[in-house]
Design a protein around this ligand. Structure first.
Ligand code: CO8
Length: 266
C-alpha cells in the first residue's frame, strides 16, 4: 500500500509497503537545509516511523542536481551565535535520530552532498552514490565550521588524515562519488543511470533478512563507536543469546537446513 504524509512544505514522504522514501524537496536551492526542513525531518522521524510496518528509510534530494548542498546559507546570514547553536543542535538531533532508528537508513546521493548534506548522508547506515556525486565539507570557505557532526563522523568514517584534508581544505577538496567510495566514505558507487537500481538492491537485501537480526545488528554496530571493545563484545554476546529465543532465528536456521527461503513474516 502506498501512502504519503500530507501538510509538509519541503519534504515528500511516501510509504510503499516496508519502505519509506523521504525526499528533501527544495531543488531551486539545491535542497539546502533550513530550520523548516529540519523541523519537518524531526516530525517524520519521530512521529511516523513504525518499526512494525517500515523497515527501510531512503533519504534523497529533489531534482537531479543535489542530494543536499548544505545548510541554507541565506538563512544563516542573520543568525546570532545562540541561533547557530540551536540550529546545529537541531541538525545533530536529526542525525542522531537517523542513527537510532530501528529501520535501515539509506542515503541515495546524486549531485552535491556538501556541508550539512555530507553530514546528513554520513548519519545514514548505507550511502549509495552516483559516480558524479560531489561530497565535501566547504564550511571553512564560509568562515564557519561543520555543525551537523562533520568534525566527528567524517573522522570516524574515513580516518583522521582524509578527514583533515577534506575539512581543512574545504571546497578545494571535494570528492567525486568514485573517490568517496575508494576512501570509504560511501558504501556503493554506480553509474548515474543505475543509482535507483542499486538502491533497490540494498532494499531487497535488507528485506530478505530477519527484521530483528537487522535491527539488533544495526544497534550493536552503531554502539561500537562509543563502547570499549570489551563492552561491545559483551553486548554482542548478550544480543546473540537473545536471538535464540526469537522465532525469527528458528525460522532462519530451519529454512537453511530445509533448503528453502525463510519466511520471516511468521
Ligand atoms: N544554501 C542556500 N542556497 C544554496 C545553497 C546553500 N547551501 N547551495 C546552493 N544554493 C542555491 C544558490 O544560491 C542558487 O540559488 P539562486 O538560483 O536563487 O541564485 C541555487 O541554489 C543554485 O546554485 P548555484 O547557482 O550556486 O549553482 P552552481 O552549479 O553554480 O554551484 C554549488 C553549485 C557548487 C553547490 C554552489 O551552489 C555552492 O557552493 N553552494 C554552497 C555549498 C556550501 O557551501 N555548503 C555548505 C553550507 S554550510 C553548512 O552546510 C554548515 C552545516 C552546519 C550546520 C548544519 C545545521 C543543520
Amino acid at each position: 500500500m502506498t501512502e504519503s504524509i500530507q501538510d509538509l512544505q519541503h519534504l515528500l514522504v511516501k510509504f510503499d509497503g516496508p519502505v519509506c522514501r523521504i525526499t528533501i524537496n527544495r531543488p531551486k536551492a539545491l535542497n539546502a537545509l533550513n530550520a523548516e526542513v529540519l523541523q519537518e525531518l524531526e516530525t517524520v522521524l519521530f512521529r511516523h516511523m513504525d518499526p512494525a510496518s517500515t523497515r527501510v528509510v531512503v533519504l534523497e534530494g529533489g531534482g537531479d542536481r543535489a542530494f543536499v548542498a548544505g545548510a541554507d546559507i541565506t538563512a544563516m546570514q542573520s543568525m546570532s551565535s545562540a541561533d547557530a547553536r540551536e540550529f546545529a543542535r537541531h541538525g545533530q538531533m536529526i542525525t542522531k535520530a537517523l542513527e537510532s532508528l530501528t529501520q535501515v537508513t539509506v542515503a541515495k546521493v546524486q549531485g552535491f552532498a556538501l556541508g550539512g548534506g555530507c553530514e546528513l548522508a554520513m548519519a545514514c547506515d548505507i550511502i549509495v552514490a552516483s559516480k558524479s556525486a560531489r561530497f565535501g565539507q566547504p564550511e571553512v570557505n564560509l568562515g564557519i565550521i561543520p555543525g551537523f557532526g562533520g568534525t566527528q563522523r567524517l573522522v570516524r568514517r574515513v580516518g583522521m588524515h582524509v578527514a583533515m584534508d577534506m575539512l581543512l581544505c574545504g571546497k578545494s577538496r571535494s570528492l567525486t562519488g568514485e573517490d568517496a567510495h575508494k576512501l570509504g566514505l560511501v558504501s556503493r558507487v554506480v553509474d548515474d543511470a543505475k543509482l535507483e537500481e542499486e538502491v533497490q538492491k540494498v532494499i531487497q537485501g535488507v528485506l530478505g533478512a530477519g527484521p530483528n537480526a537487522v535491527a539488533e545488528t544495526k544497534r550493536l554496530a552503531r554502539d561500537a563507536y562509543s563502547m570499549s571493545l570489551d563492552a561491545g563484545l559483551n553486548a554482542e554476546a548478550n544480543a546473540f543469546a537473545a536471538c535464540f529465543v526469537d522465532p525469527e532465528a528458528q525460522e532462519g536456521i530451519a529454512a537453511f537446513i530445509e533448503k528453502r527461503a525463510p519466511d520471516f513474516s511468521v
